[in-house]
Design a protein around this ligand. Sequence first.
Ligand code: XMP
Length: 516
Amino acid sequence: PVLVVDFGAQYAQLIARRVREAAVYSEIVPHTMPVSAMLAKKPAAIILSGGPSSVYAEGAPAVDPALFEAGVPVLGICYGFQAMAAALGGEVARTGLREYGGTDVEVCEAGVLLAGTPEQQNTWMSHGDAVRTAPEGFTVLATSEGAPVAAFEDTGRRLFGVQWHPEVKHSEHGQRVLEHFLYDGAGLAPTWTPGNVVAEQVAAIRAQVGDARVICGLSGGVDSSVAAALVNKAVGDQLTCVFVDHGLLRSGEAEQVEQDFVASTGVNLVVVDAAERFLAALAGVSDPETKRKIIGREFIRVFEDAARDVVAAAGAHGEDVKFLVQGTLYPDVVESGGGEGAANIKSHHNVGGLPDDLQFDLVEPLRTLFKDEVRAVGLELGVPEAIVWRQPFPGPGLGIRIVGEVTHERLETLRAADLIAREELTAAGLDREIWQCPVVLLADVRSVGVQGDGRTYGHPVVLRPVSSEDAMTADWTRVPYEVLARISTRITNEVAEVNRVTLDVTSKPPGTIEWE
Ligand code: XMP
């Protein structure tokens, strides 16, 4: 792999993603890892990330010079660049000029790293210290006002560095700089393709599972679907998927799982239609947390029952169900410390606390993948686009998008309104711009309207289109007025119980994305 050494900035994951966008496999390691342990991973190249500190600050993470003597190509970025310069005898100093944000650099010698890029380029910087003189043997490639040495390389030792952040999209030609390092500097080939990922994972799953049986809970979301499709490709005959239909999905979603997903992958699927059970459990309840708890509890119970049936059926044939598939992604692994243990259990349907008679080992075929790679792998496996590109949808489903008690009629009303909103946003080409757009039914609110010659007394729905990177923060999406107008007209015309459409213009924080 290419190792991205994380010096504690928020950029390490981004660097790792950009390397993979260049079709080269990368892994993040903490800067506290000893060089011997890094080298034991047989890295094809190493990238030192940016970091928050000055190389001279007390406790600043230093770089062991042994790293540069192992013959492994190294690229230093920002703090990593300065740490490399300092470790190899260059001079790093406070220049008195801080550079933050868009900064022009002047290329004096393109070298390998900046080949084919313009003499003047705007880059994304964030530094107070600067490299004043390059270590011996290095060629200076670029300068900026605040950084006398803004990029350098020593092609003999295959050591490279840039003061700016090539992984940030605001750095013009940033991706090219990374690719020059990977392909030309380190001599790597772009082989990390979805096809190869599938082949590798299929082999790994077969090795882990042997001839034991495997169970997988499908939610209809991207991660569980792609994980199931991978395991299915590896050991399809040994896999049983369980889909609990809690009746709180949106229009067409259960069919997507039961028909389209099965048709395209051929998985063994057990469908549990538990809609009535969930509605009965939710009857008379309107408090959001109570609703969430009920839905979570019922979900686990239904899944456990189904899993027991699967285990019993296998047992009748003398077979053992030993494994449970989970759609854990690489960011979860990194954020929970990158260890080998089970990653954090995030939501209720990632069945965390299974009872003793239902203990399984985990199969986590997406553990090394970022979300965009999961999608690419899904497409490679023939998972339907509607699933691969599905926007986030909460486990408790429409149950937390009806403000008030959840009833069959209210679910039907919300499904109809939600479908119209999705159709129009898709038709307007906004799906990739919008992170997700909850449609919320204010079931306990009524307002007066007029339709034809008659007075109406119906419910409002709220459109909640948000843009986000990770759902931790979000802003309301500026959906064009014409699109909002079409959604509003269609919902009030086509959904009898709704006579008002409103738009939520609150960012997160202070609002959450969902209303409950
Ligand atoms: P909030 O409302 O907290 O939502 O801003 C952040 C993101 O999480 C989704 N969400 C959930 N996902 N189980 C899930 O799997 C849940 O209980 C749940 N609650 C919220 C929400 O749709 C948004 O993407």
